[in-house]
Design a binder for this molecule. Structure first.
Ligand SMILES: Nc1nc2c(ncn2[C@@H]2O[C@H](COP(=O)(O)OP(=O)(O)O)[C@@H](O)[C@H]2O)c(=O)[nH]1
Ligand SMILES: Nc1ncnc2c1ncn2[C@@H]1O[C@H](COP(=O)(O)OP(=O)(O)O)[C@@H](O)[C@H]1O
Length: 192
């Protein structure tokens, strides 16, 4: 993919699963008018998740066929499920909306950095392992999802040293304010 063809910035939210990446990204993007690029996945939708908004939920065979056709910018297999963002979705979103964001793990984050260079900004969000576990338990997140997140914690947290910006998400509003200030340094504030 030729990232230089489009002019916008890709804000890459990455970090430890369950740390609040999606919550923070959604809130800020609403305020600043930044569009998300939605990943495709073969994992089953969870309660509260919406097709086309949280993910494009597709069959394994469809994912593999799209991959063979070369449609994916990057793919990853996580806990037996495939995840990927489509090249054309990225290009179209940059063309139509300027700045965009994604919420992905370190493999896709690396790929964005490699392809987009200065126009990919990695925002690493984390919280300590016990805090994540307690928050998710308090929200009645199913135990198998919490276990999956905990199992990935060590490998995920080590990626923070590679990212442009790192935030520990203690107080949610405080983190949102900090991330927002960081993003605004890359883009002018919306006028409307
Ligand atoms: N490499 C890569 N990672 C992705 C993509 N889409 C989502 N992810 C990340 O892969 C992990 C998937 O784990 P899952 O439990 O399904 O995450 P959740 O949807 O954030 O609860 C999360 O860290 C996602 O942010 C993608 O297209 N590529
Ligand atoms: N600072 C915080 N304090 C308490 N709960 C939080 C905080 N940040 C996020 N959460 C909650 O933690 C859960 C996981 O957040 P989410 O954005 O889905 O994480 P991620 O996208 O990193 O997996 C959500 O229920 C969210 O409301």
């Amino acid at each position: 993919m030729d990232g230089s063809m489009e002019a916008g910035v890709v804000f890459v939210f990455t970090g430890t699963s369950g740390s609040g990446r999606k919550t923070i990204a959604q809130q800020i993007s609403k305020e600043l008018g930044i569009t998300s690029i939605v990943s495709y996945t073969t994992r089953a939708p969870r309660p509260q998740e919406t097709d086309g908004s949280d993910y494009h939920f597709i069959a394994r065979s469809d994912f593999i066929e799209a991959d063979i056709r070369g449609e994916f910018f990057q793919t990853a297999e996580i806990d037996g499920n495939f995840y990927g963002l489509k090249r054309e979705d990225i290009n179209a979103a940059l063309r139509q909306h300027g700045h965009v964001y994604v919420v992905v793990n370190r493999y896709a984050a690396n790929k964005f950095k490699y392809e987009f260079r200065d126009r990919a900004v990695r925002l690493f969000i984390y919280a300590n392992k016990q805090t994540i576990q307690e928050r998710l338990e308090a929200r009645k997140v199913p135990g198998h999802i919490i276990s999956d997140y905990m199992n990935h914690y060590i490998e995920e947290v080590s990626y923070r040293k590679d990212c442009e910006h790192v935030f520990e998400n203690l107080d949610l509003q405080h983190t949102i304010d900090q991330v927002k200030q960081t993003i605004l340094a890359y883009i002018p504030a919306p006028t409307s």
